[in-house]
Design a protein. Sequence first.
Length: 280
Amino acid sequence: MTNALALPMPGAVGNLDAYIQAANRFPLLGEAEEASLARRFRDQEDLDAARRLVLSHLRLVISIARGYLGYGLPHADLIQEGNIGLMKAVKRYDPDRGVRLVSFAIHWIKAEIHEYVLKNWRLVKVATTKAQRKLFFNLRSLKPGSEALTPGQTLDVAKRLGVKPEEVTEMETRLGGRDLALEANDDEDEKFAPIAWLADSDSEPTRVLEARERDRLQSDGLAAALGGLDARSRRIVEARWLAEEAATLHELAAEFGVSAERIRQIEAKALQKMKGMLAA
């Protein structure tokens, strides 16, 4: 249906302002003409009739979409989603029920925009139940000002929307939050972006020291240093430091039939001997 309608979307006319101007030039339909076009589409699948119904209501979509600009999403995208809802409304509209298309279409336009906002706003689905969705889309208009709600105001909003007061508080907090970039830009003075707070196991001090020791042992002279150890000491060093997956003290203790502490002592003595040979 979309291709057949050949709607003048923003990209087709250059920019959003040009699109809005073009949409406003399409004439509004009288009740009799609207009913006639709707019957032609319903009974004869006349796509030209459907096209005229859609084009005459584009300004309605633009007006409704403007009410959702507070969520930080592009106006053009909101309009596009609203247009999808409008086309769904035209497809389902029955002129014999005595309701004008504009009244019928509002529901479908808002429903499509609602879904788009919930899927894309901060990339987080902040509302999951029907009551929470109602809270999400009505909290801004119910707040008396830009300040945080008082306990009394929170309770009043909760009663009006049929949700718990704590849900109102949580939604207000989430709506009032701002997006943060994971990494700071190079030209920003504030360098401690959220990524700096993420744990990095490779930066743990013990791992860093082990990595440095392993790299040093794998340098020139490693083979000679290992050759100066007895078979047991060489096996322990290789298993602990040179294997792709390092063996634990307890695993080697079981292999040689001694305590884990004894393995640690042999390892420390062998490393000390190797260090002396590598330093020579």
